[in-house]
Design a protein around this ligand. Structure first.
Ligand code: AMP
Ligand code: GLY
Length: 427
């Protein structure tokens, strides 16, 4: 099987790494890929949002299966285009991707089908949005309707923060059209978890539950980032919670999308708040979580290809998949200054010292091969993943590998998994 993976981050490196182990895969391409992916797949110089260019490539190279990493390509309709041209692709159509690309769509769907989520209202008029915030008071959450690369959510503690967020999104148009409409939402309290399933539009195969660390600083403080680390399984998701999520959130959402005429195929990722009243949806995504999947895929004991392939073919009801009993932890190494301004082109040292280890894997995010060196090429640079019999061992191995790697300005969090370490494992 000839496979094309689209994207260039740590998520795509993890997917390529897993696919490269499949006996079914004869040739792997990645567009556009990164420095680490270049060791496992042939890189193709086509951007992840050049849909026509990607479809032309898939046709010319007889690609049997295309796997899409980033949401933007899905929201632009890459699956619709590939399917129209008779090309096999794993992911949701543009209509189904609205679950992620429009928060108001997702919230209205949840309301209509009684899927647990916070109270909310949708506004196109900043005046009305301000009146609503004044009426409800703080804390309150202001969200841009459209895709903002994870930066369009403001959890406001004060009225002036909430009003400022409305100004920024709706008047100053910080995220252009994506923030012209806003969702204003009740602030939920609890611990967060990410539950990802692979679905063919009817059946859902759950992956091990994960938790990510979105904030820059230790203790989950400081500004939001694309993600500073993740671990799996997350013990806060007990068997009982997982069952509740499947029955009250995942399957009802899959059925709802099918009833609406836009079945969701590919990944359904529920970002959850585990509240005192049970799990509630913060957001849906329709692709693998980054960095969650970097911690999840090393725990997949079986082949990834049948899972993706059976989702495309609508036959997941007979698919078997096997998860290992251990844990995995992912530590993100980021450029100095990230998520603000940062420099690129810094040489990364120590990668050789970690290569070939069975208990630690380095997935590249923002890196580039520069002759015989690998240099930094983005804000989040590397994902160092440790695996072990339990989370403590996985973290020890991850941080041991981190200690061997360096580049100028490198920053990372030293407390990945801290919430889980405080809890007894109940799975
Ligand atoms: P989202 O992109 O909607 O998942 O939001 C990003 C982050 O903002 C989440 O991971 C939460 O930490 C936070 N957040 C979003 N919605 C809420 C909410 N209703 N209550 C509390 N925190 C929220
Ligand atoms: N880890 C959050 C996301 O992938 O959206």
């Amino acid at each position: 099987m000839r496979v094309l993976v689209i994207g260039s981050g740590g998520r795509e490196h993890a997917v390529v790494w897993k696919l490269a182990q499949s006996p079914e895969v004869t040739k792997l391409f990645c567009a556009p890929g990164n420095g680490g992916i270049s060791e496992l797949a042939e890189l193709v110089d086509i951007g992840a949002e050049d849909l026509e260019g990607l479809a032309d490539f898939a046709e010319a190279k007889d690609i049997d299966l295309t796997v899409v990493g980033p949401e933007a390509a899905l929201a632009k309709g890459i699956v619709d285009l590939f399917e129209k041209r008779g090309l096999r692709i794993f992911g949701p159509t543009k209509a189904a991707a609205k679950l992620e690309s429009s928060k108001s769509f997702a919230k209205n769907l949840m309301k209509k089908y009684h899927i647990p989520t916070g109270q909310f209202a949708v506004f196109d008029d900043p005046q009305a949005a301000r009146a609503y915030v004044r009426q409800l008071g703080v804390p309150i959450v202001v969200k841009a309707d459209g895709l903002c690369g994870g930066k369009g959510v403001i959890v406001a503690q004060t009225l002036s923060e909430a009003l400022g967020a409305i100004d920024l999104l709706m008047e100053d148009k910080l995220f252009k059209q994506a923030g012209e409409r806003v969702v204003i939402e009740e602030r939920l309290v609890g611990e967060e978890a990410s539950i990802l399933v692979v679905t063919d539009g009817t059946t859902a195969i759950p992956m091990v539950p994960a938790q990510d660390h979105k904030r820059l600083q230790e203790g989950d403080k400081g500004p939001n980032t694309g993600g500073m680390g993740a671990y799996a399984p997350a013990p806060v998701v007990t068997e009982a919670v997982a069952h509740q999520v499947t029955e009250h959130i995942i399957l009802p959402t899959i059925r709802a999308m099918a009833s609406e005429g836009s079945p969701c195929k590919g990944v359904l990722y529920a970002g959850l708040m585990l509240t005192a009243d049970g799990p509630k949806v913060l957001e849906f995504n329709v692709r693998f979580g980054d960095p969650e999947i970097q911690a999840v895929l090393p725990l997949l004991g079986s082949d990834l290809v049948p899972l993706l392939d059976d989702a495309v073919e609508g036959r997941l009801s007979t698919t078997q998949c096997h998860w290992s009993a251990g844990s995995a932890a992912c530590v993100v190494l980021a450029s100095g200054g990230y998520p603000g301004d940062f420099q690129i082109g810094k040489e990364i040292r120590g990668l050789e010292a970690v290569k070939g280890r069975r208990d630690a894997i380095v997935f590249h995010a923002g890196t580039k091969r520069d002759r015989d060196r690998i240099v930094t090429w983005g804000g989040r640079v590397l994902n160092v993943v440790g695996t072990g019999a339990d989370l403590e061992e996985a973290l020890k191995r991850a941080y041991d590998a981190v200690g061997r790697i360096s580049f100028d300005g490198m920053q990372y969090r030293k407390d990945i998994g801290f919430r889980a370490l405080k809890k007894p494992v109940s799975r």
